[in-house]
Design a protein around this ligand. Sequence first.
Ligand code: HAM
Length: 418
Amino acid sequence: MISRVKGTRDFLDLTLFNFIADQARAHFVRHNFTEIATPILEPMELFKRSLGAYTDVVSKEMFVIEPRGDDAEQICLRPEQTAPTIRAFIENGIQVTPWKVFTIGPMFRYERPQKGRYRQFNQINTEIVGTNSIAQDAQLIAMLDRFFHETLGINSYAILVNFLGCADDRTAYRTKLETFLKDNSAAQDLCGTCKARIETNIMRVFDCKSPKCQEILQRAPHITDNLCTPCTNEWQELQDVLPQLSVSFSFAPNLVRGLDYYNKTVFEFVSGDLGAQNAFCGGGRYELASLLGAREQLPSLGVGIGVERLMLLLEPLLNTLPLPQRPKLLAVLPLSPAQNVLAMLIADTLHAAGLAVDPLLDGGSVKSMMRSANRMGATYALIIGDEEQREGFITVKSMVDGAQEKVTQANLLAYFQK
Ligand code: HAM
């Protein structure tokens, strides 16, 4: 047997997945977002430059395809959607901002698989490219809160928010953090990766999962205590506006979100029902455009929603969701191969009228075909034997109460339409 690749999964029933995607589409379109799609393959350089070479995603988790033939560059399977969206914005010469777009599709990260963590997973991702207003950040968080709570009926989550300031604020903060970590005797107990991060990209220490490192970092200075005046005002505005939109949030001073491109607002939606991988949605504000080749900087903001984690949250709530029902199925039973073509033609006529019909063409006894029809959940069996074929009628048998009647082929469609 050849097994699926580690960290990937087979979806044998897409009802819930498609329900989430359809609800997200409707919700985001109501908020004036347009659905776009970008390739799964992107240049490796795109992510090195935007996510940061020292992030876990770029340094450890990329699926890279080495150049071959005439290709000059490394390409990779996209690990996230923000950098590709900004690349598409620049490459397609989009002029009108704010550009509000969303995508739904697979991402790839070479992570250690566990509950809710896969190497191929799906994200619903939205970006608003070219927006300065912090009110947009509040509006985005409120839009997501309404989607999870009101549209999908999830209650068990918290919204964590932090504010990372502007580039100058972070430069000043890095020095403060370095002083804290180097002067702190407990810093000797930081793991090797964190010690290395102090030298390479110090804010990435907050990504460490080690409880010992996390304990030390609990006492680290807060970046929000070190903001310039405009950023202090924007952080205050965000904290003031969210409650006015009835969004409850918690301040999370150590939330830095694992990717280098964030600037100012960062947020995550987390749920204790998910276990260790508790974030099912995360995003924030960033400035990537000039880094990726645009002539001007374009303040932007966006979010990625993990579809598999959302599915884990929704599985216990399945019977409260208005999931689409499969249409009622009719099974057509030709009693011998001589009736196969007639069975297919009858199915054809009923399909054309929009009914769900499956002719059973694998033969067998009436009993075994009735068993198959039952297993398929058919509501009626349409039985065609020699006599039915000769006389031009069908024996229609209810799978619910076994009642049986003869219906002429000419009346069959009208019979089921009523
Ligand atoms: P992220 O936090 O890396 O952000 O991913 C967003 C969401 O994707 C996570 O909250 C989680 O639900 C899901 N996710 C991430 N990794 C995995 C995995 N290995 N298995 C299953 N689900 C996973 C981003 O990707 C940013 N690009 C979001 C963003 C958009 N920021 C601004 N715009």
